[in-house]
Ligand binder design. Sequence first.
Ligand code: NAD
Ligand code: DAU
Length: 358
Amino acid sequence: MQKTRTVLVTGGCGFIGANFVRLLRDRRPDWRLINLDRLTYAGNLNNLDGIDEGAEYRFVRADIGDAAAVEELFAAERIDTVVHFAAESHVDRSITGPAAFITTNIVGTFTLLEAARKSWSGEGPQAAAPRFLHISTDEVYGSLGAEGYFSETTAYDPRSPYSASKASSDHLVNAYFHTYGLPTLITNCSNNYGPYQFPEKLIPLILHNAMQGKSLPVYGDGRNIRDWLYVGDHCEAVLEVLERGEPGRSYNIGGNNEKMNIEVVTLVCDILDRRLGLPATGMTRRSLITFVKDRLGHDRRYAIDATRIREELGWQPKVGFEQGIEMTVDWYLANQDWVAAVVDGSYQEYYRTMYGAH
Ligand code: NAD
Ligand code: DAU
């Protein structure tokens, strides 16, 4: 692989995308990086504080489904690499409002694939061998019982509008590889946690509520299992796949770290009790746990078999769960301004003044 790339990162103002932009700036400072993000509720320019626009970095506010804007960007910037994070990502929102998931996750991915196909099949060599890396999820495989793991050959069986939309986009990506020879790669990752995660997802939501003395909603019996992975480990895996993965292949990424939701929630409570002392009530934060109505169609268990990426690319997670959760709690405690701006909505006022409402 050639040294210098011009990389289009989509969704770089979201949780994982922002962590990935930071990793790339650090590890591949000579790559030019274009961050295309629509700045939905989940996109936050504050996630990239300290990353300034210049020769190596440009931010473009646009929708991945805007074919004219995307094609113009491919041509103007001579994009040779795509790392596609942009998506509607929250399962609960997909249950109450699936339309945006279809538009962004399926049609938006199609639009990007088309732009890459047209651009890369045109005349003139690219600066680097093109790559289109699509970031997907383990949820495409459905739900496990007590035994077994998702491998790359597990049949797709998505069960929520979110996972169905991600599965559809994976199929389109594979179709572009087989039909047009587009050099695509897919990663299917388990649950991430860490800095800059929007406080609608389990861990940052529980952290925020526990600090505010609010109830901690645990769906159903709290015994659903997720395979938790620290976001920094995920981003390193993405870079490995981008540089050394084989086009046409998928790579599962997981933390080998299965936990029941109730275990995760009690651990967060206990760490906060240790860090901050007991709340004024004198009760441990575990007392805030409230079992609530279950999520519709709630998948029971996810667990990843990450043998392929370990054996073929030598990647494995570095951050253990207890360590990662402690680091995450400390990040949220140290970044209460970030949390406050998200919770009161002022993070959006900032970008509306810069880019206008949409
Ligand atoms: P996120 O919701 O935090 O961020 C999504 C980003 O995409 C935001 O910046 C948003 O503004 C942008 N975006 C949304 N719609 C857009 C559009 N139409 N055009 C341009 N930008 C748009 O998501 P995340 O948790 O960082 O997830 C990133 C990717 O990783 C997603 O594709 C998701 O499916 C996948 N994934 C997430 C996890 C996880 O645990 N969070 C695990 C596996 C895979
Ligand atoms: O597995 C990868 C997926 O992980 C990603 O593709 C998704 O983008 C990401 O959002 C995540 O999906 P989940 O639905 O697993 O994550 P969430 O944080 O919403 O929920 C984690 C578990 O916690 C799940 O079993 C539902 C439960 N839960 C969630 C919330 C928000 C609760 O019990 N209470 C809550 O308030």
